[in-house]
Design a protein around this ligand. Sequence first.
Ligand code: HEM
Length: 147
Amino acid sequence: SSCCSYGDQQKVKAQWNSLWNTPDSSTSKIIFGKEVFARFFEVDPESKSLFGRVKVEDPDSPEFAGHVIRVLTGLDLIINLMGDDAMDAELAHLNTQHLAREGITGTHFTEMFKVLDGSLRQVLEEYDSLSWRYCFRGLGAALRDGL
Ligand code: HEM
């Protein structure tokens, strides 16, 4: 599926990779990821109950760090696959993983992408809101399909 224009994809990839795939990025991945989840839990405190297995009650635990890294690595994969035939397969796989877990809703995904937008806007110098909005809209729709 096409999620946003080629130009949007290029901007989003470049901006994302300047954060996530740059050796000297000043932002730590774990710190960024935990910040995203902390904000998500402020918006939706009840959703914490879904993350007991990964020790959400102890956000400094290696289990929780591993969780936030798995999620953001999933996001990294789909962002960098935009425009490639393989993107749909990865989106479908992530969608299936979330469908399989009780209690996850489409609203959770809407909230999460809003939080990501807010967090990325803070750390990226030339945040291109419109491109991110278009790309996140497409990715989000596929991830929350059926939820
Ligand atoms: C697990 C990606 C949003 C709930 C995971 C995993 C990945 C992932 C890669 C690990 C799958 C595994 O190893 O089995 C993403 C991405 C998201 C996203 C890319 C959007 C940017 C959400 C949202 C919720 C959610 C909005 C609902 C609140 C969960 C839960 C788990 C999980 C409950 C299982 C935790 C565990 O290991 O026990 N997610 N996720 N995810 N995700 Fe998401």
